[in-house]
Structures are given as structure tokens and as C-alpha cells.
Write a protein that binds this ligand. Structure first.
Ligand code: GDP
Ligand code: MG
Length: 375
């Protein structure tokens, strides 16, 4: 019966998908002839700035671990922050799953329908939700309560999270150049500040490059981070050529023997095409000055934008090859399921997640910790 239900649902979903919104089908959204002021590129800024603290534990190898229920592999404090950062999404998923079974209900069509709604609300995505519901439906005879349902979901979600390629952790180039891109307000400059503080406190020589020359405030913001982190910054005047700043940044990094260069970029210029062309030019200039660089192109996505983040990823990746994603502001949303969407829909590793504004709230993404923090 549940399987019949699922088939019916799937047909319904396919119909819906072929008519209007396609949250899982990113190509639709940015074929539109629009500019960065449109919804794909639209962002809202939220307030605040980070404190300087240190420490980022390397995540454990996911292949060597079971999904032990709620047993943190990281230090307790870091896992606690992750859990508290994901509390809105956890509340949605976990609390509501408990409620699904209220009154000793068993898994039936209605329960599956409610579960489907929950997963979609968390922004796991229509297609991924369909896959999850199908797998739960197949196992329904073995599931008699919320804890079993959560365990089954955890297992399946972990599979999806592990389907993305793992980030390359080996850093061998000196200087190691990371170009940071993404639309306005997603948290590019903040991440640069956090990464710089961390690297500097572990003894690395870091140079920040203020290649977001679009607004004077953007240069000042990076300057403040450079002072907090105690690292050098290369900057020009507002509205100067960002590629020229990048050129000087790389030159300085080589001359000063820097270990790491973090290049900040603008998220909004006059049109979408101009933005992408500007980013390509910055990248070309960096490569010319230092062959092999940039070693990483880190795309920052804001979790509060939900499925829109996927569209942005496709857009940026088409223009400039992205090597890793950082998903910020998970603390501000119940749409944490977007991490699952990103991992299962994109071939780009999810490298960092941001669960707050403090330094330790930028964490290396660890699928096991993530599912344990979710349920
Ligand atoms: P940019 O325009 O991409 O450079 O974005 P900013 O770095 O200026 O960040 C925009 C706002 O988002 C700032 O107020 C940051 O403090 C905030 N922010 C960045 N990451 C996070 C996060 O993980 N959680 C929360 N709550 N706020 C964040
Ligand atoms: Mg910025």
C-alpha cells in the first residue's frame, strides 16, 4: 500500500516538476535572462562579525565510522556548537518526526505524506525527498516508532552526503591561493577572516587580497579582519581593477614567502555577465602570475536561501570551475536540508559549513557529525 502511495506521489511530483517550479532542477532558474538583482543572485545581509578564536579539528574518515547515535567524534565543544547551530533544522526534523508517531501510529500513506512535507520544508529537495520516502516506504514493516524512522533516515542521508567527492585536504603549494566567490552577503569576507585567523594562529603567513573593489566598505571590512587576525592585506582604492589587486597580491605573497593567500571578490556588479567576466579575469591574472594558482576556488552559499543556493552553484560553476563549497548561516534557518541537496546534486565537495558568527562556528563539513547533529 505504501509503495502504491509512493508511486502515486512520484507521478504527482513529476507532473508538478514538468509544469512550474523545479527546486531540484537548477538549469531552469538561471537560463532566465536576468541580472544579479534577480532572485537567483539576491541576498540579504545579516548583522554581526566574528570573534577571533582558534582550532579546527580534522574530521574523521567517514568510511571508518558507523553512525553511532549522537556520539560525537569531534571534541564535545565543537559538536555542541554544530548541534546548537543546526537547532532550527533539528527542531523541524526531529520534533516533528516524534509527533508523526503520536498516538502509536504506524507508517501509513498519511504518515509518509507528512514526512515528505517535513523533508521538503527542510529544503532537502523534491527529488532527494522522493528517494528518501521510497527507501523508508520499502522498510516500513521494520519501522514502528520515531527512533527507528530517524535511524533509517540518518543512514540514507549519510549515504547521500557521502556521495559528493571528498575535499582534497592536501596543501602542498606555497603560497596556497584560495579565491573566494559568491553573491553579495553570503559570508565571503567573514569566511576569509575566519580562515585567516585560524591559519595565522597555527603559525602560517597569510595575505588577504581585497579584490572586492566595488564598495569602499568591502575593503574596510577586510582590513578590519586583517588587523584582527594580524595578517597582511593588499588593497587598492575603491573601484580600481580587481584583477590588478589580485596581481599585486600574488606578487607580494611570493616576495614575502606567504603560505596562504585569500582573495576576496565582489558579489554584485552591474550585470551577471559582468560579474562572471570579472571573476574569470581575476582568475586568469592569478594563474598568469603564479602558474597552478588559484589552487582553490571556494564558492560561498547562504543556507537561508534554500534551493536558490543550488542555482547559484550551477551558475558560478559554469563560469569558473569551483573546487569547493562553504555553506554559511545554517544557524539562521530550518532549511539545513540544503546541505543534503548540495551533496547529492552537485559534483562539488561541500568543504565547510558555517553555524554561527564565531571563528569556531566555521567547521569542516563532516557528514557523520552532520547527521548526528540533525536528528
Ligand atoms: P559577503 O558579502 O559575501 O562578503 O558577506 P559578509 O562576509 O560581509 O557576511 C554577511 C553577513 O553574514 C555578516 O553580517 C556576517 O557576520 C554574516 N554571517 C556570515 N557567516 C555567517 C554564519 O555562518 N552564521 C550567521 N548567523 N551569520 C553569518
Ligand atoms: Mg564581502
Amino acid at each position: 500500500m505504501a509503495l502504491n502511495w509512493f508511486k502515486k506521489k512520484k507521478d504527482k511530483q513529476e507532473d508538478a516538476a514538468s509544469t512550474e517550479q523545479k527546486p531540484d532542477n537548477v538549469s531552469e532558474t538561471f537560463n532566465a535572462e536576468d541580472d544579479p538583482q534577480d532572485e537567483v543572485l539576491e541576498q540579504n545581509n545579516s548583522k554581526g562579525s566574528g570573534n577571533i578564536e582558534t582550532g579546527m579539528a580534522a574530521p574523521p574518515d567517514p568510511t571508518e565510522q558507523d553512525i553511532a547515535p549522537d556520539v560525537p567524534a569531534k571534541s564535545g565543544g565543537v559538536f555542541k556548537r554544530l548541534k546548537s547551530g543546526l537547532s532550527k533544522t533539528r527542531k523541524l526534523l526531529s520534533t516533528d518526526i516524534n509527533e508523526l508517531f503520536a498516538g502509536n501510529r504506524k507508517i501509513d500513506d498519511e504518515l509518509l505524506e507528512n514526512l515528505e512535507e517535513l523533508l521538503i520544508t527542510s529544503d532537502i529537495g523534491v527529488q532527494t525527498t522522493g528517494d528518501l520516502i521510497e527507501s523508508i516506504s520499502k522498510k516500513s514493516s521494520e519501522i514502528s516508532g520515531p527512533e527507528q524512522l530517524k535511524a533509517a533516515l540518518k543512514e540514507k542521508i549519510l549515504e547521500l552526503l557521502n556521495s559528493a567527492p571528498p575535499p582534497d585536504r592536501e596543501i602542498t603549494d606555497k603560497p596556497h591561493v584560495i579565491m573566494v566567490i559568491g553573491v553579495n552577503g553570503v559570508g565571503k569576507t567573514t569566511i576569509i577572516g575566519k580562515l585567516a585567523s585560524r591559519a595565522a594562529s597555527s603559525g602560517k603567513k597569510v595575505i588577504l587580497v581585497a579584490a572586492d573593489t566595488f564598495r569602499a566598505a568591502a575593503i574596510e571590512q577586510l582590513d578590519i579582519w586583517s588587523q584582527k587576525a594580524g595578517v597582511d592585506i593588499i588593497k587598492h582604492k575603491e573601484k580600481s581593477d580587481p584583477a590588478a589587486v589580485a596581481y599585486d597580491g600574488i606578487e607580494a605573497a611570493v616576495a614575502r614567502g606567504a603560505d596562504m593567500v585569500l582573495v576576496d571578490t565582489a558579489g554584485r556588479i552591474h550585470t551577471k555577465v559582468n560579474l562572471m567576466e570579472e571573476l574569470k579575469k581575476i582568475k586568469r591574472t592569478i594563474s598568469k602570475k603564479l602558474p597552478g594558482a588559484p589552487h582553490e576556488v571556494l564558492l560561498i552559499l547562504d543556507a537561508t536561501t534554500g534551493q536558490n543556493a543550488l542555482s547559484q552553484a550551477k551558475l558560478f560553476n559554469d563560469a569558473i570551475d569551483v573546487t569547493g563549497i562553504a555553506l554559511t548561516k545554517l544557524d539562521g534557518t530550518a532549511k539545513g536540508g540544503i546541505a543534503v541537496s548540495i551533496s547529492s546534486n552537485l559534483e562539488i565537495p561541500l568543504k565547510y559549513i558555517g553555524v554561527g558568527e564565531k571563528i569556531e562556528d566555521l567547521q569542516e563539513f563532516d557528514p557523520i557529525e552532520f547527521v548526528n547533529a540533525l536528528f
